[in-house]
Ligand binder design. Structure first.
Ligand code: ADP
Length: 266
């Protein structure tokens, strides 16, 4: 690939003078591509061995009652950690696919009622009745996008709300009108909130507020990075509004160009 990649920077000075700077970032760009491909290939290659491991562990686990307790416990931990690795590899693969494939996937008007209700059911399963989860639909138009990607973004936000809020918290999945004729897809919780110092870095890969706790909750550290990339591919942006001890809202702001159907007359 012989393309040259240039980066331009224009500086405006008070007296009306301008400075234009061009930088050749071809090598940097190429390195970045290599990093992405490498991560994608490694994740892909790790999938098969992990599937084999998980398969055997499951078979052995069905004989766990015949093992000395110490071994049975070890087997349980092996299964748990294998599942964690599988989730991590799956998220890494998804993230690198989102980064590599710039063309975007199939886009169609999504059934928002079905989508929100189905993510709500998955979140309820994860919560096991410890949270009150509801769906709010105030936007009649449909979002035009990739069902798989939007579902994965919404699930990540909803699962985080379950994982990082205390028992008894309320979670709302909402689809409502937004500014400039756009719409908001939101996940609102009334949990502990996030200290403002962390908020700007949350969408970085593997960035965690509390490392020990996040690992215990089963997160991969890639959830919000995935959300950010899915939104980028849908011309949308993520806004995080969090107040310590009051809760957190993740707003996904979609522009009007991404919506289809009638606005309700009311
Ligand atoms: P992971 O959950 O795997 O650690 P994420 O990228 O999904 O990775 O989230 C990054 C961090 O953001 C989490 O570790 C957690 O500390 C914080 N976080 C995410 N959602 C919430 C929420 N609803 N309330 C409080 N903290 C949250």
């Amino acid at each position: 690939d012989e393309r040259t990649v240039l980066e331009f920077q224009i500086t405006l000075y008070g007296d009306g003078e301008r400075l234009l700077m061009a930088r050749d970032i071809t090598r940097l760009h190429r390195l970045e591509e290599m990093r992405r491909d490498f991560v994608a290939n490694v994740s892909h290659e790790l999938r098969t061995p992990l599937t084999v491991l998980a398969g055997y562990l499951e078979t052995y686990a069905s004989f766990a009652d015949q093992l000395p307790p110490r071994f049975a416990r070890g087997l349980g931990q092996m299964q748990e950690q294998t599942t964690r690795m599988q989730n991590l590899v799956q998220d890494l693969l998804l993230l690198s696919r989102l980064e590599i494939d710039r063309s975007g996937s199939d886009h169609a008007p999504l059934d928002m009622v079905r989508l929100l209700e189905s993510v709500k059911r998955d979140a309820e399963a994860l919560s096991g009745g410890r949270h009150t989860i509801r769906v709010e639909l105030k936007e009649p138009r449909a979002l035009v996008g990739s069902e798989q990607e939007i579902r994965s973004a919404l699930s990540n936000l909803a699962f985080n709300a379950v994982r990082y809020t205390p028992e008894g918290s309320h979670i709302t999945l909402s689809w409502r009108p937004g500014p400039d004729h756009g719409a908001y897809l939101e996940v609102v919780d009334d949990g502990e909130g996030i200290d403002p110092v962390h908020v700007p870095r949350l969408t970085e890969r593997f960035y965690r507020v509390d490392k020990g706790r996040s690992t215990a909750t089963g997160g991969t550290g890639l959830g919000l990075a995935i959300v950010k990339h899915v939104l980028l591919r849908h011309d949308a942006r993520l806004e995080i509004d969090s107040r310590p001890r009051q809760g957190t809202t993740f707003h996904c702001c979609f522009p009007a160009t991404r919506l289809e159907g009638e606005t309700s007359a009311t």
